[in-house]
Design a protein around this ligand. Structure first.
Ligand SMILES: NC(=O)c1ccc[n+]([C@@H]2O[C@H](COP(=O)([O-])OP(=O)(O)OC[C@H]3O[C@@H](n4cnc5c(N)ncnc54)[C@H](OP(=O)(O)O)[C@@H]3O)[C@@H](O)[C@H]2O)c1
Length: 283
C-alpha cells in the first residue's frame, strides 16, 4: 500500500535535470560548467572520483546560488562499467523525482597499443563503459522523454568512429557503435521531439591521452580545448530542424577529413591511418 508521503512525492511535478557522465574531468567537467551557466535545470554529476565530484558540486552550487536560481546539484560516485552500480544509479536518480530531459553520455576511455598486447579485461571494461552504459542510460531515460515528448541526448563519440583505427582497434570500434547508434536513435526519436547528437571530436586537451596510454604527439589533427568542444556541442543542439546537428565534429579541418575519409575504400583509409600512427608510435 502506498503511504501518503509517496503519494505526495508523485503529485509534485518532477524537476528537470541534466545528467552528465564523466563530469570529474575534461569535456564532462566543461559540460557541467556550461550547463550551470546557461541552463535552468538541476544537474546530476556522475564519475568515479568522489573527491572531484564533491568539489565540482560545491563550485556549481555557489555559481547557481549567485544567480539566485532555485536549482540543485547532485553527484553520484559510480563505476559505470559495473552493471550493478549502473542499476543502482538509475534507481537513486528515479527516487529523487527528477525528469532527466538532457542526458550527456560522456564518460569513456581508450586504450592504445597493438591488439595482441592490450589487456583483455581492460578492453572488455572499455566496451562496458563506452557502449553498454550508454545503451543502458539511453534506454531508461528516453522512455520518459518519449512520454513527455521532450528531451535531448548527447552521446560523446569521436573522429575515431569514422574508420577502423589500428592501435586503437577496440576504442575506434566502440565509438563507431556510438555514432551509428546515435544516428539511428535520432531518426527514431525525432517524432517525439527528442534530439540526439553524436559529438565526434578529434584530439581534445584532457586527461584522455594519459588514461588511454597514448605516446606523446600521436595525433596529426589539430587539438581543441574541452571548453570549446562542450560549448559547440550545446550550441549545435539548439539548431532547430538542422540535421547537421546530429553529428557534430569540432573544427573545419576535422570536418573535411571526416568527409574525405568516406571517399576512400575503407581498407585503404585504415591502412593509411596505420602508417601515420605507426610513424608516430616509433618516435
Ligand atoms: N580527449 C580526446 O582527445 C577525445 C577525443 C574524442 C573523443 N573523446 C571522448 O570524450 C569523452 C570524454 O573524455 P575526455 O577527453 O574528457 O577524457 P577524461 O578527461 O579522461 O575524462 C573522462 C571522464 O570519464 C570518467 N570515467 C572514466 N571511466 C569511468 C567509469 N568506469 N565510470 C564512470 N566514469 C568514468 C572519468 O572520471 P573518473 O575517472 O573520476 O571515473 C572522467 O570524468 C570520452 O568518451 C572520450 O572517448 C575524447
Amino acid at each position: 500500500m502506498e503511504t501518503s508521503t509517496t503519494l505526495n512525492t508523485k503529485q509534485i511535478a518532477k524537476r528537470k535535470a541534466t545528467l552528465i557522465t564523466g563530469a570529474s574531468s575534461g569535456i564532462g567537467f566543461e559540460f557541467a560548467h556550461s550547463i550551470a551557466d546557461k541552463y535552468d535545470s538541476d544537474i546530476i554529476l556522475v564519475a568515479r572520483r568522489e573527491d572531484r565530484l564533491i568539489k565540482l558540486t560545491e563550485i556549481l552550487s555557489k555559481k547557481i546560488k549567485s544567480k539566485n536560481k532555485n536549482r540543485s546539484v547532485y553527484y553520484f560516485a559510480v563505476d559505470l562499467s559495473n552493471e550493478q552500480q549502473l542499476d543502482k544509479l538509475i534507481k537513486d536518480i528515479s527516487d529523487k523525482n527528477l525528469f532527466v530531459n538532457l542526458l550527456i553520455n560522456n564518460a569513456g576511455f581508450g586504450s592504445y597499443g597493438t591488439f595482441e598486447e592490450t589487456s583483455l579485461p581492460r578492453e572488455l571494461e572499455m566496451i562496458d563503459l563506452n557502449i553498454k552504459a550508454i545503451v543502458h542510460l539511453c534506454h531508461f531515460f528516453s522512455k520518459e522523454m518519449i512520454e513527455k515528448k521532450e528531451g535531448e541526448i548527447i552521446n560523446v563519440s569521436s573522429m575515431a568512429s569514422f574508420q577502423g583505427l589500428p592501435y586503437l582497434a577496440v576504442y575506434a570500434a566502440t565509438k563507431a557503435f556510438v555514432t551509428s547508434f546515435s544516428l539511428a536513435l535520432a531518426s527514431e526519436l525525432s517524432q517525439y521531439n527528442i534530439k540526439v547528437q553524436a559529438l565526434c571530436p578529434g584530439p581534445v586537451q584532457t586527461e584522455f591521452v594519459n588514461v588511454s596510454g597514448f605516446p606523446d604527439k600521436i595525433s596529426v589533427l589539430p587539438s581543441f580545448s574541452a571548453h570549446d568542444v562542450a560549448e559547440l556541442s550545446l550550441r549545435r543542439l539548439k539548431n532547430t530542424g538542422c540535421c547537421n546537428s546530429r553529428i557534430v565534429i569540432p573544427g573545419f579541418m576535422n570536418c573535411i577529413l571526416a568527409q574525405l575519409n568516406r571517399l576512400l575504400p575503407r581498407y585503404l583509409a585504415t591502412d593509411i591511418a596505420m602508417k601515420v600512427l605507426k610513424k608516430k608510435f616509433k618516435k
